[in-house]
Design a binder for this molecule. Structure first.
Ligand code: HEC
Length: 432
């Protein structure tokens, strides 16, 4: 792990080594943001910090890219030119992603009608609320996050191999700061994946990752002591450059599919098919005469914090017609026919379920959230924290859902029996 190869400018080195630290701060805020309930005031503050750090990253990236255009670095001794070109391609792809992400993030917030503040400074709202734009910008904003994960993984794996083979790893095989950026970025990804449900497994998962990395570094050091210096090609051929660029582009394409692969989110929704389904009124009229709702207990609060927050992540629960997120507005959902919220583009599977007469009784809800993909093959819903097979958790989720989506003011007592459609005689809420 020698010092970085010569040929870098001072500005390139400073901005390059600044980025990993900004990125770690940004990851920490983003991980907290995704896990903070939308209803908490803390979330608004986190959103402000998220924009602030995102803006600082944008500044550092612009400086780094500007320096990049003026640098002519050479591979360090012992590192083949092709490996050097590969490291540069990964770093450049990362910088371009970091340039695009904050800009897409702005469009995403504006199209959602959210105000944008950089700390205390409020930005003017430059775009109208627009659901299609929101969906596309949101997809690619989080898609860029996935692409970064893929690039970070490629960088760290390449560093391991290059370290074992040539004695150049995270620090010296890549442009200044890029190896640390990838390593810290991947650490925060490991943490994020380990903590979808609850924070406990996070530190252990990161510890295991660091121990593995330390093992590779120790092995490389041991091998390096016994290796004779060898001559390697020092000229970066155009072919090596092109191959490295194509490889990085392929990684980007793969990363771009991430939100779809993981959450079945798509950047473009088809036409919303529910104009009006016989008498559906944005679910304003309760479908069930009387919802019985249990008061929350400790277990339910835990389920709310660990699992239900993900429902809120994708669904609006308040009245407000077309206020859909990735999933449809769930206001007053219990007892309604499936797939009938106007203005939402449902999957083919959900449309078929509607045609077949599926009604969201408690049993139907429990079966759906138990494993959406298995229960309704082709549905676009994925519960981010994983399937919910445990009947106790299902019951808690449904109780929360009832409380949160019941008509305003109605804490479980909607005394308008005329609103119950025929065939739905059973009060939907007998406690289990
Ligand atoms: C990652 C996003 C996401 C998460 C998390 C999520 N949903 Fe969904 N949900 C969707 C999408 C998308 C649909 C539309 C599915 C379709 O058209 O096939 C949907 C549909 C539904 C429906 C049917 C609505 C209707 O109009 O018929 C219900 C009920 C539902 N979700 C409840 C839940 C509950 C409860 C949770 C939490 C356990 C949850 N969802 C978590 C995205 C999500």
């Amino acid at each position: 792990m020698a010092s970085p190869p010569p040929g870098y400018s001072r500005l390139g080195i400073v901005s390059g080594w600044t980025l990993p630290f900004l990125y770690v701060a940004h990851s920490a805020v983003t991980i907290m943001l995704a896990r903070t309930d939308r209803l908490l005031p803390l979330r608004e503050e986190l959103r402000g910090v998220h924009y602030l750090v995102g803006g600082l990253i944008l500044v550092a990236v612009v400086l780094r890219l500007w320096a990049w255009t003026r640098e002519r670095p050479a591979p360090p001794p012992g590192l083949p030119a092709s490996a050097f070109a590969w490291g540069r391609a990964l770093a450049l792809a990362t910088l371009l992603l970091l340039l695009a992400a904050p800009l897409l993030g702005l469009v995403y917030a504006w199209a959602d009608g959210l105000p944008v503040r950089f700390g205390p400074l409020a930005l003017p709202q430059l775009l109208e609320r627009d659901r299609a734009l929101w969906q596309a910008a949101g997809y690619f904003h989080s898609g860029l996050g996935f692409m970064l994960v893929v690039l970070n993984l490629a960088t760290v794996l390449s560093a391991g191999l290059l370290l074992l083979r040539f004695g150049h790893g995270l620090v010296s095989a890549f442009p200044p700061g890029h190896g640390l950026f990838a390593f810290l970025g991947l650490s925060s990804t490991v943490y994020a994946f380990a903590t979808f449900r609850s924070p406990e497994p996070g530190p252990v998962a990161v510890g295991v990752f660091w121990a593995l990395a330390a093992g590779v570094a120790a092995l490389a050091w041991w091998l390096g002591r016994r290796r004779a210096p060898r001559a390697v090609s020092r000229r970066v051929s155009p072919a090596a450059r092109v191959a490295a660029g194509l490889g990085a582009a392929a990684l980007l394409l793969f990363g771009a599919a991430g939100p779809w692969l993981l959450f079945r989110v798509s950047p473009f929704s088809g036409p919303a098919d529910v104009a009006v389904v016989d008498g559906v009124d944005w679910h304003v009229t309760p479908a069930v005469a009387e919802l019985s709702i249990r008061p929350p207990d400790a277990f339910e609060r835990q389920v709310e914090a660990e699992t239900f927050k993900w429902c809120r992540f994708c669904h609006n629960l308040q009245p407000g017609g077309d206020q859909h997120k990735v999933g449809p507005n769930l206001y007053n959902i219990v007892g309604q026919r499936a797939g009938t919220v106007p203005g939402f583009a449902y999957s083919e599977a959900m449309r078929r379920a509607r045609e077949a007469g599926l009604v969201w009784t408690e049993e139907a809800l429990a079966a759906y959230i138990a494993d959406p993909q298995r229960n309704m093959p082709g549905t676009t819903m994925i519960v981010s924290s994983g399937p919910i097979p445990d009947p106790k958790v299902q019951a808690a989720i449904i109780n929360i859902l009832k409380r949160e989506t019941a008509p305003r003011g109605g804490h479980g007592r909607q005394a308008d029996p005329s609103a119950a459609p025929a065939g739905e005689e059973r009060p939907a809420g007998e406690a289990r």
